[in-house]
Structure formats: structure tokens, C-alpha cells
Ligand binder design. Sequence first.
Ligand code: C2E
Ligand code: SIN
Ligand code: SIN
Ligand code: FE
Ligand code: FE
Length: 415
Amino acid sequence: MARNHKPEDFHELLGIMEELHHLKDLDAALLDALLLQARRLTSADAGSIYLVEDNALNFSFLHNETLFSSARTKHLYTSHTLSLDSQSIAGYVACTGKTVVIDDVYEIPRSLPYSFNHFFDDVSGYRTKSLLAIPLKTTRGKIVGVLQIINPLGKDGESIPFTERDRMVLGYFADNAGITVERALRTREMILRMIKMCELRDPQETGAHANRVGAFAAEIYHQWAFSNGISEPEIKKNRDLIRTAAMFHDLGKIAISDLILKKPGGLEQDEFTIMKYHTIYGARLFENPNSEMDVMSGEIALNHHERWDGNGYPGKIADIFADPVQLGRGKQAEEIPLSARIVALADVYDALVSKRVYKEALSEEEALAFIREQAGKQFDPEVVAAFLSIREVIVAIKNRYQEDSTPPLRYRITS
Ligand code: C2E
Ligand code: SIN
Ligand code: SIN
Ligand code: FE
Ligand code: FE
């Protein structure tokens, strides 16, 4: 990114604002776009975003042009929480609402309340020098997060200090970004509320399960798409769609009787037949053909129990709104949408390693052995290959979204 200071920057800024207001999903797309734009405006090499959640600052997104993308993926899911006080730079900004500009973070005077945390530099070998940290505020002035931008680069790629102009441009930017983040948090809150409704009915479909399946699906898709030469913008878009859509895979269980849903032992055949209809009931919730999110959510809900070998359910159905509706002959291989082939694996893996009312949890090794064995039978072999090649990321996600540590609404806003 070459550094330039031209009036066009302000046009760019306006364009960026428009783009931001169209982004609905909080996770990768939004935070990624925010950081990328903020870095572009200042030619900065790296940056991160912290969100205020449950009275703490959660490290939520990281960019670092100099480090590898695998490192990025790993750090993305590393929970890392700062307390809301003035000891850290981001904490100070979140508490005071002030912008902080530092020319060299290793030379912060001892008289200041905050100091630089070397941890990330130490583990990564990266050298953070100039830093600009700015609060993300809503229209009512509530601070929802902190945007931290690092190491602007000069013409020859050398690290240079931030200018007064950088501070001003990012000030405008952050005002808009705060509003966008708050809106996204509210959307996410609604989504998690829908999942919570489902959880009230079905104790095994927890918010943590939904979060894990969504995150697994996003990462498996990313790996699959990368191996298949899909373009970067396409990957980014689909990755966020599948992440959210996958969280809704079992919403149709809300229409299944408690007697079946909560039955401690195995299901009778007729009970299992009723259970199979959760796919159709789920798909009926996503009716809007003009919404990409609805289309993908419907695809996943309908097809997440189809099998690659054609022995899954609910099979081919002419009209999912027909009453009564009949189960069809199983879809096979690429007749099943990719999103559903991915969620099928993500969901079963998570079900296998979790305890259910009707069964004990398998160990990680047992689950992997089962998945390997089912490549080409229950699962798309390419999806299995993608999954197996990112096992480290899968485990990081598993550890991040644990049943007990996940509050019912992870992005609760306390006002
Ligand atoms: P779920 O518990 O979320 O399980 C999702 C899928 O994970 C299952 O889809 C199945 O493909 C896989 N899975 C889960 N546990 C095991 C396991 O121990 N071994 C193997 N090989 N696969 C497993 P499936 O079978 O179509 O079931 C869909 C849903 O029906 C389940 O969702 C659960 O809510 C319910 N269900 C299935 N079997 C039973 C049962 O024996 N008793 C009860 N109470 N519910 C069941
Ligand atoms: C993502 O990759 O979707 C973002 C991960 C997160 O912060 O939940
Ligand atoms: C980015 O900065 O946009 C990505 C950097 C990385 O892959 O680590
Ligand atoms: Fe299901
Ligand atoms: Fe599930």
C-alpha cells in the first residue's frame, strides 16, 4: 500500500462508509472490512479490533500483512480478554474515550497509566512500533470497541509515525465504524435469540453448538475454496454467509414434539421419521429468494442430513410447502449443495464429540476415525480432506466455544 495524502482520500472514505453500512454480519466480513479500510487510509501494516463485551475488552480480529495467513486464522480464534482499565492501551482508550497515538510503543513514558503488551510481538517475532488506538462509539456516545492500527509504512516499506492527518481521518472513520458495529451486534443478538428459543426446547442444540458448527463450516469452506481456486472476494463473502446460515441448521427442531426431541434413549422408527421432518420445517423458515442469507440458510436446513452416497434424508421434494409433504429419494453427491455437504460434516463431528441425552461423547480420535471411514459414504471426500487439513483450527474453535463459558447471548450489549 503506497502512502499518499490526496483529497481523493475523502472520496474513498465516503465510499467506504457506504460499503460498511451494507455489511450485516458482525464476524469476519465486518471486522475484516473495518480493519482493511482503516489500514488503507493510513497505509498501516497491521491492526486489530477489540469489542466491549460483558464488561471486558475482547480481542476480536487481527490483521497483519507481514505474518502468514495461517497465523491469522489461529489468532482469530484465540480468546484473549483485557480488563476494562487503563493498564493496557486498548483498555485506556475504551475507558476514557480518548484517542492514543504513539510513535514507538517500546518507549512509552512510565508516567503514563498504560503500557504496551509485548506478548504478541514475542510469540510472533513481529515488531510493533507506531500505534494509533481509537474508540468505536455509537451515536449516543457508548463505546463498543477499540480500533488499533499499527505501523504505517513509508514509500520504501519502512515503518513511520502516524500524522495529525491520520488521526483526523481515522476519527471520522471510527465514528461511522462504531455505529456499524453496534448495528451488527444487534443483528447478531437477534440471531442468537432465535437459537436460544431452539435451545429452550432442545437442550442439545445449544448456542455453543450453533457457534461451533458455524465456525467449523466457515473454516472448512475457506480451506475447500482455497484448494479449488475460488477468488478471494468470493471466499470472503461465502465464508460469512455460511458461518451464519450454518448456525440455523437445526432451527426446524422447534417444530418437533418434546416427547421425541428429549427422549433419553434411542428413537423408534416412526419417531425417527417424524424427526426427519426438522429439515423441511427448518427450510420453510427461510422464504425470501432475494436474500442470499435466506437462500443459503434454507439450503443448509433442508440438506444437512443428506449423504454423499444418496442414503440421507429428506431427499428430493418437489414442494417443501406441500401439505402433507412426503420424504423423497435421497440426493446424491453434487446434487447436494456444497454448503450443506460442509455443514453435514461440521454438525456430525460436533455431535460425535459431544454428549447427548441419548449417547456419550466420542473421543477426538474416535470421531476422526469415523469421519475418515465415512469419506465417500456419508461425507463428500473433498470436504473431509479440507476438514482434516485444518484440524488445529477446528480444535481451537472447539476450545473457544465451550458450553459453560459461552453466555446465552455472547454479544450481549449492556447499556
Ligand atoms: P443430533 O444429535 O444433533 O445429531 C446430528 C447427527 O450427528 C445425527 O443425525 C447423526 O448423523 C450424527 N450422530 C450423532 N450421534 C452419533 C453417534 O453416536 N454415532 C454416529 N454414527 N452418528 C451420530 P441423525 O441420525 O439424522 O439424527 C438427527 C437428530 O435426530 C439428532 O441430532 C437428534 O436430535 C435426533 N436423534 C437421532 N438419533 C436419536 C436417538 O437415538 N435418540 C434421540 N433421543 N434422538 C435422536
Ligand atoms: C470469524 O472468522 O468469523 C470471526 C471469528 C470470531 O471472532 O468469532
Ligand atoms: C490481511 O492483513 O488482510 C491478512 C494478513 C494475513 O494473512 O495474515
Ligand atoms: Fe439436524
Ligand atoms: Fe445440530
